[in-house]
Design a protein. Sequence first.
Length: 390
Amino acid sequence: MNYINQEMPKKGDTVVVGMSGGVDSTLVAFTLKQKGCKVIGVTMSLWDGSLPEVKSDKPLKESCFGPGEEKNIAECEKFCAENGIEYHVIDVKETYKKEVLEYFKSEYRHGRTPNPCIRCNMMVKFGALLKGVQDLGINYDYFCTGHYARVVRPEEGLYKSENRPFMIAGATDISKDQTYFLYRVPSAVLEKVRFPLAMMKKTEVFELARNANLEAAQRSESQDFIGEEYFDLIFSDVPSKPGDIIDLDGHVLGKHRGIEHYTIGQRRGLGVAVNYPVYVHSIDVKNNLVVLAPNDALNSSGLVADDFVWAGNIEPNEEIEAMVKIRLASKPVSCKISEYKTKEGESFNGKPWKIIFSEPQRAVAPGQSAVLYKDGVILGGGIISQVMQL
């Protein structure tokens, strides 16, 4: 199927730009201003000061949630003032706490591996933030961010329908692909969303930012939603419950410090001594066990995912073939997708779908997202609920 790239903002358009203080969003705001757009910068205020400040001999890494927010906002404010850009800070702390932080903790405590960035994009950045913009009475033609992705529409209707939803597609710089994080943003929201860096490579972004003397070009990139220094502090509200670490035969290999500190495929920090490499194979929440196994035992033939979203809410009415990514860093693999018939005693969040891989995949982790691609465009995706072992 052919897809049409959606037009970018043009001179005279009113554009709201989500700004973090980083080079990507700053360059977006700068180039749109140069283009003749009326640019309005907005920044999400997430940090609520609920965690104590961490002191370290090493510089703390840039992260979305942390005490560095005050500095980021000051830098955005300074940039906007220097470039004649209207600027607002929008408080989304309560939404972020409920929809991202509490979700993150709950998932880990239930033996699952969450992806907070996906949740944040859906509920906060393209949700509560835009609600805040609306509440300020700001009318805009487009909302732009520094994500590396494209917004497209199919030339024909999906799955023999007449609907042509707005969809997410890959950007030019494959190494910076962020489509996986965006798959849950609804088509109705994407209609006004644009990603001006879609056709650029990261090296070009830095070069343009340096040539424009943007201070953001000197900043390190934000990679995680929270610095690793704060990870244990997030879970300090409830005492960890230690338990046994076992192998597939049930032999006790050691003790774990709480299942929230482990994830499928993990090798480091297990604290066990065996004469062969072992990885986290699964987590038994009911019995508070962390199960280890050799690498080959982590392969699976497929998965079941629920809490599914489809582009434009258009579901396929028969088995389809596509490519699937089971985590951000994984390479897409071909697969077949069909409705999963629920068995007695099973419970799912919405209609579950079965995804069968063309070749075994390693360390499929419940809680992560399975995202479906066809011709480089996202068809939909869901949250991994079950793993089909070989």
